[in-house]
Design a protein around this ligand. Structure first.
Ligand code: ADP
Ligand code: LRH
Length: 479
């Protein structure tokens, strides 16, 4: 018996609708539709073009053809607000919008940062939904809102008419208690956040309704077609698709962001963990995604945009020829969060730390990739000691696995073997959770065995010793 599933996977830089066909020993993934995700700057700030994304989702479902179910995942933290009629109130605000500047400090006056961490396990990031809601407190839109739906939940609502809040993504709001895996009611009350805005929690595998008649009409599909709740946070889906065969592994989900960490059974809520800015997001089947958010390939994407989109393969070949570790920047620094002037900002950071300033695109690219590999090394080291969970291998999944230089540098920097792939991990995790809900695969371990057997993976052995990386690390301020 086999079945096919459409995975809608929206990343910060591109979206895709993939079709996964799952059988007892097979897992094939094909691309039905890929599209750019381009935020728009309007006078009031940076916004997601959610209607364009939804139109692409519908085009993608049409291209996918008849499937047994649909699942949706996207980037985290952002949301749409609905009025009492269920209509969207304005375009969702982009997490890189400046509205949250200085907001966290005000929230901490009510609930100190240490207490917030102990209650939610979430690392500080200015864009956590909690701070976005605090920033919007006196806005007309929030005042008029009856419902708040996180991005994948909003798209699900448009497709099926059913409103819910998927748990793995809800954990990125900083309003969930990672021990109870339920809302942090007391915290929300103290911060004046109205939890009744959120629809009831649902979990990966739960049904999320049937495609509405007008969606069937527009996509040419024949009903009933169910939407199945998946790990709707893209990183939750990607971690579910790490093709690990044991327990001693770290993962790096590389795309616009690098998410580096471990899969654990329980959160790590120590003060040392907070100081190191590690987060405890919720994963599948009671797991915790204990990880650090690092700027990731965003740094390169922004430079490439500024350079007028040169050929990426050529740029990476040229970067491979540049002398290694000449200059490095702190790829975890929130100073790189906002869009614009990225080559100049990287040059400024090198100058400020007394290092040579990279000039050519190849030099800047090498500086970015060395810096990312260094940040990967640091996070892999720290996650093991903070969680007391040693690893023998680092799995890299996501679009960055296509960057062989980054994978090689990461293996060298970590001093550990790297297994790279799959590139479309989030879509595969999305498909597998749907397949499981339809009785085609078993637990997380079985999903991973199927991935390891069926997906092309590439192994990188570490070269040389890590002395050069340690020396480069010493040039940066401690994390
Ligand atoms: P997101 O889901 O955050 O939008 P992806 O997982 O799609 O990100 O990864 C996008 C990144 O993958 C791009 O920024 C780019 O750096 C990298 N990438 C994609 N294709 C290639 C390629 N052919 N060679 C090298 N890097 C690539
Ligand atoms: C990656 C991601 C990441 C979040 C960020 C906002 O796409 O979901 O896990 O921290 O976007």
């Amino acid at each position: 018996m086999s079945a096919s599933f459409a995975a809608v996977d929206l990343g910060a830089s591109s979206g895709r609708v993939m079709v996964g066909r799952v059988g007892p020993d097979t897992l094939d993934l094909t691309e039905a539709h890929r599209f750019r995700n381009r935020p728009v700057r309007v006078p009031e700030g940076l916004r997601w073009d959610i209607l364009a994304l939804y139109a692409d989702v519908l085009d993608g479902l049409r291209a996918a053809g008849q499937v047994d179910s649909v699942g949706i995942d996207s980037w985290a933290v952002d949301y749409g607000l609905l009025d009492a009629d269920g209509a969207l109130l304005g375009n969702p605000v982009h997490y890189r919008d400046a509205r949250t500047e200085g907001v966290a400090e005000k929230a901490w006056a009510t609930v100190p940062a240490a207490e917030l961490y102990a209650a939610t396990g979430l690392q500080y990031a200015p864009f956590n939904t909690l701070y976005q809601l605090a920033a919007a407190r006196s806005s007309v839109q929030l005042g008029a809102a009856e419902r708040l739906l996180l991005i994948p939940d909003l798209l699900t609502y448009w497709l099926t008419g059913e409103a819910g809040t998927e748990l793995t993504n809800a954990s990125t709001t900083q309003l969930i208690n990672p021990r109870t895996r339920d809302w942090s009611y007391d915290l929300a009350e103290r911060l004046g956040i109205d939890l009744t805005l959120f629809a009831p929690l649902r979990r990966p595998g739960d049904p999320a309704g049937l495609l509405r008649p007008h969606v069937l009409e527009e996509t040419g599909l024949t009903g009933p077609v169910p939407v199945t709740t998946v790990g709707s946070h893209d990183t939750a889906s990607a971690v579910a698709a790490v093709p690990a065969t044991g327990e001693r592994f770290a993962y790096i989900c590389t795309g616009t962001w690098s998410l580096v960490g471990l899969e654990l059974d329980a959160p790590v809520l120590t003060e040392a963990s907070r100081a190191a800015n590690f987060t405890n997001e919720l994963g599948l089947d009671g797991t915790v995604r204990y990880l650090r958010n690092i700027m990731g390939l965003w740094l390169l994407q922004e430079c490439v945009r500024e350079w007028g989109h040169p050929d990426l393969e050529q740029l990476l070949s040229a970067a491979a020829e540049v002398a290694p570790l000449r200059s490095v920047v702190d790829a975890g620094d929130a100073a790189f969060l906002a869009p614009g002037r990225m080559p100049a900002r990287i040059a400024d950071a090198c100058r400020a730390s007394g290092q040579p300033v990279p000039e050519s695109p190849a030099e800047v690219t090498r500086c970015i990739l060395d810096s990312l590999a260094l940040a990967h090394r640091r996070a892999v080291d720290e996650t093991q000691s903070l969680a007391g969970h040693p690893v023998d291998v680092v799995h890299i999944v996501g679009g960055g696995t296509r960057n062989t230089l980054l994978c090689r540098l990461t293996a060298d920097a970590c001093g550990l073997p790297v297994v790279a792939g799959p590139a479309e991990a989030a879509a595969l995790g999305n498909v597998l959770v749907q397949a499981r809900a339809h009785g085609l695969v078993g637990d997380l371990e079985e999903m991973r065995r199927l991935l390891a057997r069926t997906q092309p993976l590439r192994r990188y052995e570490p070269r040389g010793d890590t002395a050069a990386w340690r020396a480069a690390e010493a040039r940066l301020a401690p994390s």
